[in-house]
Design a protein around this ligand. Structure first.
Ligand SMILES: Cc1cc2nc3c(=O)[nH]c(=O)nc-3n(C[C@H](O)[C@H](O)[C@H](O)COP(=O)(O)OP(=O)(O)OC[C@H]3O[C@@H](n4cnc5c(N)ncnc54)[C@H](O)[C@@H]3O)c2cc1C
Length: 385
């Protein structure tokens, strides 16, 4: 089949690689002239890693991944360890290590695996017309393309979603701002092979190892939406928001490079169930946009891609049947994870002070199994289990 994918993010690229393996003729159209991933890094949980392993990228992704052996929560103000444990039981249960990876490196690896020559950059899709036999795609530069199937992997502001649903849905502000970046591993910050999270006052400062002796760091602060975003003030503001927090958090703020730090106001989208119309289908953030609180947005985009390509491969009753199977299977799981992330987000970011305080108290009693059970429940149920 001739397939056009809109968007060269992790969803579009993973789908492209999978569909090419099944013999389809795939072109990816990307609006950006140059691919610059938003955000510094991402935690690829074991379900996301399994999707890439399935596509033959086992060694490549392992090379990019940090060694995350342990997990710890620290009281951000006092510096006292609330809980600290090995992730070995989780890895053993799900059968695959999670890998925090640099986004730019993941993007490059996926682009190489797909084939850069079949990615058309500077192609912003502005119109979709489905005549039942094929889809005609119009681009901002005046050019057109034709495909038997159009896959909208065009992210949270998706135009394809608007076409499929017949309306543009509003994004919902989740109530907090996230700053993130990469920094050299140092023992003044946290142990090198540990995912360390400092919590308190509904805020977080977190460090995860990625390859080449780097930590992916992020800060979360509950704040109103739409505040001024001035890069040169990031350190001053973070010092203010984390005033009185323990020395590693102060050291982290002192060490960041404001020019290489990203600031994101976190949103999600109320789940919906329609993922296709005619010969047009959506996946990834276009289909289910989540807060990053359980680190599953990108992993779900990868699961969508594997499931969609397999649905097209193994069902022979026609395109409509395969797309319906994909839609029904995927909206059940992905939408459930959007709601789980939203719940986690509210607890972490002190939507209700009592609930967040109770969570902090639970962390002090935790020895690992309860937290790991939660993470495992996000990982299992993936299309490759
Ligand atoms: C702070 C933060 C932390 C996160 N952490 C994690 C994590 O730890 N683990 C995890 O799994 N997920 C995480 N996520 C979520 C993850 O980043 C997204 O779910 C993932 O990037 C979605 O991939 P996608 O391919 O669907 O969309 P995108 O990555 O947004 O890609 C969409 C692409 O489509 C292109 N495009 C859009 N419109 C058009 C058009 N009209 N024409 C042509 N091209 C177009 C865009 O330029 C873009 O390149 C995080 C998100 C944030 C904000």
């Amino acid at each position: 089949m001739e397939i056009a994918i809109i968007g060269a993010g992790m969803g579009g690229l993973t789908a492209g690689i999978a569909l090419k393996k099944f013999g389809h003729q795939v072109t990816i159209y990307e609006q950006a002239e140059q691919i610059l991933p938003v955000g510094a890094a991402i935690s690829l949980w074991s379900n996301g890693v399994k999707c890439l392993n399935y596509l033959g990228l086992t060694e490549q992704v392992a090379k990019l991944g940090g060694q995350m052996d342990n997990l710890a929560y620290i009281d951000g103000l006092s510096g006292e360890i609330m809980t600290q444990f090995s992730l070995a039981p989780l890895i053993e249960e799900v059968g695959q290590r999670p890998y925090p990876v640099s986004r730019a490196e993941l993007q490059n690896m996926l682009m190489d695996a797909f084939g850069r020559q079949e990615i058309q950059l500077g192609k912003k899709m502005v119109s979709i017309a489905d005549n039942g036999q094929y889809v005609e795609i119009g681009f901002q530069d005046g050019s057109n393309a034709r495909a038997e199937l159009l896959i909208g992997a065009d992210g949270t502001h998706s135009m394809t979603r608007q076409y499929v649903l017949g309306e543009q849905v509003e994004r919902r502000y989740a109530g907090y701002v996230n700053w993130n970046g990469l920094i050299e591993i140092s023992k003044d910050l946290a142990p090198a092979k540990q995912w360390t999270t400092f919590v308190g006052e509904g805020k977080r400062a977190s460090l995860m190892p990625v390859a080449d002796q780097r930590f992916y760091f992020f800060f979360d602060v509950p704040l109103p939406v739409g505040l001024e975003n001035n890069r040169t003030e990031y350190k001053t503001l973070l010092k203010q928001y984390f005033s009185g927090w323990c020395p590693p958090v102060q050291h982290l703020i002192d060490s960041i490079d404001e020019q290489k730090t990203n600031r994101v106001e976190i949103h999600d989208i109320e789940p919906f169930t329609q993922f296709y119309k005619g010969r047009v289908v959506i996946l990834g953030d276009a289909a289910h946009s989540t807060t990053p609180d359980i680190g599953q947005g990108g992993c779900q985009a990868m699961e969508d891609s594997i499931y969609l390509s397999r649905a097209l491969q193994i069902n022979t009753l026609g395109l409509e049947d395969a797309l319906k199977r994909y839609q029904n299977k995927r909206n059940e799981r992905a939408n459930e994870l959007v709601l789980r992330a939203r719940k986690r987000c509210d607890v972490t970011h002190m939507k209700d002070e009592q609930i967040t305080q109770a969570w902090y108290d639970d962390l002090r009693k935790e020895q690992g199994p309860h937290i790991m059970k939660g993470i495992i429940s996000n990982i299992v149920g993936n299309p490759l289990d």
